[in-house]
Ligand binder design. Structure first.
Ligand code: A2P
Length: 275
């Protein structure tokens, strides 16, 4: 199965669906990686905070795939914010993954009360020249955070990874990304296994195309130019979640799915570390 790519603002290609790995831990991540890579995944999303980078790295090695065939994202949380702490943070990620580089390194949360994301980003900018990271981006940033960051620094983030599903559509953040050539990556695109997937609107569209509700939600992401990173540890669902490139939604269907937004956005600027 061939997965389309999106081009990041530095020219790097990112597969348009990735595998989310939260809440897998080191002990259960490796076999899931092997199954996922065999199913066709070439983009894997992990983070220092998840506690699964050793398992992810092990699974990649067990799969036998060449490293350059994969797009690997990791993230540095608050422990590595401020001054030049991100240098040690990236080295620790690479040590755990047993890799020479990651394709994308993200600031996991803006943590605005600490007011360190600009200095952290300036360190991220220096990491690109080391060859240990191909691209840099952010996660859980609002447009205000991005405005501040862009005004103070040189490299525009390649991506902003945010919680985004038909229940939480974040139109302002998506529009900001489009306007500034920042790819929006959707974490928990399936609503974390909530009742989203039994929504009747999704069921009707799914029936029309002979697809599942999860596939319709992932296709909705593709139609909007987003990059969803659904998590599954189940071999059948892993395969199902990649099989969304042989059908398309009409503009009316895209709009009907977007209209499922409940308006109950979770706060993205809280000084907390979660997903
Ligand atoms: P599982 O790992 O057992 O497949 P999200 O990526 O939005 O956080 O959602 C992840 C949750 O959704 C997990 O509980 C996962 O369970 C479940 N899930 C993943 N893919 C599917 C699918 N195709 N259909 C139904 N549930 C899914």
């Amino acid at each position: 199965m061939s997965i389309p790519t999106v081009t990041l603002n530095n020219g790097v290609q990112m597969p348009q669906i990735g595998l989310g790995t939260w809440p897998l831990k080191d002990h259960d991540a490796a076999p899931v990686m092997v199954t996922a890579i065999e199913a066709g995944y070439r983009h894997i999303d992990t983070a220092y905070r998840y506690g699964n980078q050793r398992g992810v790295g092990q699974g990649v090695r067990d799969s036998g795939i060449a490293r350059e065939e994969l797009f690997i994202t990791s993230k540095l949380d608050g422990e590595f914010q401020g001054q030049d702490r991100a240098i040690a943070g990236l080295d620790e990620c690479l040590r755990q993954l047993q890799m020479d580089y990651v394709d994308l390194l993200l600031i996991h949360w803006p943590l605005p009360q600490r007011n360190e994301y600009v200095s952290t980003w300036k360190t991220f900018e220096t990491l690109v020249a080391t060859g240990k990271v191909r691209s840099i981006g952010v996660s859980n940033f609002t447009p205000a955070h991005l405005d501040h960051l862009r005004a103070e620094t040189t490299i525009c983030p390649a991506t902003n990874q945010i919680q985004l599903s038909p229940r939480i559509t974040r139109p302002d953040q998506v529009a900001y990304g489009r306007a500034h050539n920042i790819v929006t990556v959707s974490w928990s695109p399936l609503g974390q296994g909530s009742d989203l997937l039994s929504d009747p609107t999704l069921a009707a569209i799914a029936q029309k195309y002979g697809k599942t509700a999860a596939q319709v939600v992932l296709r909705w992401n593709i139609e909007l130019g987003l990059v969803p990173i659904p998590k599954s540890a189940n071999p059948v669902r892993l395969t199902q979640n990649l099989d969304v490139f042989d059908f398309g939604l009409t503009p009316a269907e895209v709009a009907a799915i977007t209209a499922l937004d409940t308006g109950a956005e979770t706060r993205v600027d809280a000084d907390v570390v979660g997903h």
